[in-house]
Design a protein around this ligand. Structure first.
Ligand SMILES: NC(=O)c1ccc[n+]([C@@H]2O[C@H](COP(=O)([O-])OP(=O)(O)OC[C@H]3O[C@@H](n4cnc5c(N)ncnc54)[C@H](OP(=O)(O)O)[C@@H]3O)[C@@H](O)[C@H]2O)c1
Length: 329
C-alpha cells in the first residue's frame, strides 16, 4: 500500500509517499480501506520528533483518525462486517491506504456524512468528550471556557457543549476567528491578542467565573485560568503549547476548592477508548445525525500533499479541521 511516512524528524517536507506492507489484522481488529484521514496538531509534533508514538503503534506513519470501509475482520470481531462504512480513532498509521484498528474504536459514519466529514470526527470528539464531560464533569447548567476556540478541538467543544445545553466562552487569535466561533454557538469569543481573557470572563459571568476550562495552551494562561474558575471549578489540560512550567497562586486553588487535571488520549488502553466510543454513540452521534452538530472542514488535500496540509496547520490560519483525501490519489 501507499502511505505518507515521516522520513526523518523535521519540517513539513519530511512527509513523503512510500510503499509499506498492508497491516495484518489481529483477532480483535478490523482492517479499514482508508478514504480520508484527519490531520491533527499532535501529528505535527510527531513529525518534528517531539511526540513519539506509543509502543506497538506504527512508528513512521502518522495519523490518529480515519474514515473508510471495513475490508477485513479479525477472528473475534462481533459487531462489524466487511463493507461497513466507519470512522475510527487509531493509535497511528492513519495516513495510509489501509489501517488496522480494534473494533471498539470504530463508530458508524453518522447519517449521510461523507468520508471526508466523518474523518474529521474521532480525534476531537473522543478528546472533548473524555476531557470536558468525563474528566471535567461538566454538569447541567454549568459553563465552559475553551482556549483555541477555532482549532479542531475548539469547534468540536463549542458545538458539543452548546448542543448539550451549556454556555460556552472561547478564546481565539483574530476577530474573524472569534466571529466564526460565535456563529458556531459560543456565547462570547475573546480575541486573546487584544483582550485579557480573565478580565472578560469575570465581566461576562458577573464575577462568578466558569465551571470548567479546557486548555491546550498552559504557560502564562494558567494564572488567568485559575482566576477565571468559579468555586469548585475544574481546569482540564490537554496540552501546554506555551510551556509546562508555571507559577500559580495555590491559595486560590484552596480558597475556591479547584481541581487541576489533564490527560493524553493516545496511549490509553483500548477498553478506555471503547467506553468513550459507546458514550459518543449514544449521546453525541444522534446530534450529528440530526445536524445539531456539524463537521467543520477548513481544507481537504490529496494525500500526496500531506506536507502542504501540515504547513497550513502550523500557520494556524485554519478554522476547524484539515483532511487528507485518499480517494483521489
Ligand atoms: N491530550 C490529548 O489527548 C489531545 C488530543 C488531541 C489534541 N490535543 C491538543 O489539542 C490542541 C488542539 O489540537 P488541534 O488538532 O485541534 O490543533 P489545531 O487545529 O492546529 O489548533 C491549535 C490552535 O491553537 C492556537 N495556538 C497555537 N499556538 C498558540 C499559542 N502559542 N498561543 C495561543 N494559541 C495558540 C491556534 O489558534 P489561534 O490562531 O487562535 O492562536 C491554533 O488554531 C493541540 O495542542 C493538541 O496537541 C490533545
Amino acid at each position: 500500500m501507499k502511505a505518507v511516512v515521516i522520513t526523518q524528524p523535521g519540517g513539513p517536507f519530511v512527509l513523503q509517499i512510500a510503499e509499506r506492507p498492508v497491516p495484518v489484522c489481529a483477532d480483535n481488529e478490523v482492517l479499514i480501506k482508508v478514504m480520508a484521514a484527519g490531520v491533527n496538531r499532535p501529528d505535527v509534533f510527531q513529525r518534528k520528533g517531539n511526540y513519539p508514538p506509543p509502543a506497538g503503534a506504527p512508528q513512521d506513519i502518522p495519523g490518529l483518525e480515519i474514515a473508510g470501509i471495513v475490508a477485513e475482520i479479525g477472528n473475534t470481531v462481533t459487531h462489524l462486517m466487511v463493507g461497513d462504512r466507519v470512522c475510527a480513532l487509531v493509535v497511528g498509521g492513519g495516513y495510509a491506504e489501509y489501517c488496522n484498528v480494534p473494533q471498539e474504536q470504530c463508530l458508524p459514519i453518522p447519517g449521510s456524512l461523507s468520508f471526508i466529514e466523518a474523518a474529521s470526527l474521532p480525534e476531537t470528539f473522543f478528546t472533548v468528550w473524555s476531557n470536558v464531560f468525563d474528566r471535567g464533569d461538566l454538569k447541567d447548567g454549568e459553563t465552559l471556557l475553551v482556549h483555541g476556540g477555532s482549532s479542531g478541538i475548539g469547534v468540536t467543544a463549542i458545538q458539543m457543549a452548546k448542543a448539550l445545553g451549556h454556555t460556552v466562552y472561547v478564546t481565539a487569535g483574530s476577530d474573524d476567528k472569534c466571529r466564526f466561533c460565535e456563529q458556531l454557538g459560543a456565547s462570547k469569543a475573546i480575541n486573546y491578542k487584544t483582550e485579557n481573557f480573565a478580565d472578560v470572563i469575570k465581566e461576562a459571568t458577573n464575577g462568578k467565573g466558569v465551571d470548567v476550562i479546557l486548555d491546550m495552551i498552559g504557560g502564562d494562561y494558567t494564572a488567568g485560568n485559575i482566576q477565571s474558575l468559579a468555586v469548585e471549578g475544574r481546569l482540564v489540560l490537554i496540552n501546554t503549547m506555551k510551556g509546562n512550567n508555571v507559577q500559580i497562586d495555590l491559595a486560590q486553588v484552596m480558597r475556591k476548592r479547584l481541581v487541576i487535571t489533564g490527560s493524553m488520549l493516545r496511549s490509553r488502553e483500548v477498553a478506555f477508548k471503547g467506553k468513550i466510543a459507546h458514550e459518543l454513540l449514544t449521546t453525541v452521534w444522534p446530534l450529528l445525525v440530526s445536524g445539531d452538530i456539524k463537521p467543520v472542514i477548513h481544507s481537504v488535500f490529496p494525500a500526496t500533499d500531506a506536507a502542504k496540509a501540515h504547513e497550513l496547520m502550523e500557520s494556524s490560519a485554519h478554522i476547524g479541521k484539515i483532511i487528507l483525501n485518499f480517494e483521489q490519489r
